[in-house]
Design a protein around this ligand. Structure first.
Ligand code: IMP
Ligand code: MG
Length: 195
């Protein structure tokens, strides 16, 4: 049986998103800023972040699949849904739920760089820096969190828990997580279901 322990309450999440929105406003006073959300995990973060900004934003989404090789964390990433528009010459912020190994974002940044945006940055709600395998420069970070498997506010375990208002540690999942690369949730998160 799994149990949930609140790590970040909805109030804390919303307060931090308001701060990030204000920071983005001051970095991009003109707009429009293209917010590119990575489905599905970033959906709530993107929608709240967009509304925390005064700078005009345009919303785009991409879909990806990650395939882990066995229990290793070095997954292959594939674009399953591309942008609907060209972002050439535009200010783009890629919006992600969580940066873990960095595999997903290092791949996506390469893809988006080729689209020749005016600027390209990353906003992530959560960052697990201990788990990084590929270097990723993240410009806007909501919270740095410890190496625990978390769900809620868009984040899933096998598609469950996304609509929790708080971000919670999935306790049963982390109980056996001395070796995080080998835990079930990571396998599930990297095992081909859309993020
Ligand atoms: P990365 O490519 O390893 O950085 O993986 C990022 C993706 O893995 C995220 O978009 C999530 O879908 C998934 N992921 C990583 N850690 C967690 C977690 O603690 N909970 C839920 N999903 C996670
Ligand atoms: Mg996921």
């Amino acid at each position: 049986m799994s149990s949930l322990e609140v790590l970040l309450s909805s109030d804390r999440i919303q307060a931090r998103i308001r701060e990030l929105g204000a920071q983005i406003d001051s970095d991009y006073p003109q707009g429009p800023v293209y917010l590119v959300g990575i489905l599905k995990g970033a959906c709530f973060f993107l929608s709240d972040l967009a509304r925390a900004m005064n700078t005009p934003a345009r919303l785009e989404f991409v879909g990806i699949s990650s395939y882990g090789k066995g229990k290793s964390t070095s997954g292959e990433v594939r674009l399953t849904k591309d942008l609907d528009v060209s972002v050439e010459g535009q200010d783009v912020i890629v919006v992600e739920d969580i940066v873990d190994s960095g595999v997903t974002l290092s791949y996506l940044m390469q893809v988006f760089q080729q689209r020749r945006p005016k600027s390209l940055r990353i906003a992530t709600l959560l960052d697990k820096p201990e788990r990084r395998q590929r270097p990723v420069h993240v410009d806007y970070v909501g919270f740095k969190i410890p190496d625990e498997f978390v769900v809620g506010f868009g984040l899933d375990y096998a598609e469950d828990y996304r609509n929790l208002k708080d971000i919670c540690i999935l306790a049963a999942a982390s109980a056996s997580s001395e070796n995080r690369g080998a835990t079930e949730p990571v396998a599930a998160a990297q095992g081909g279901s859309p993020d």
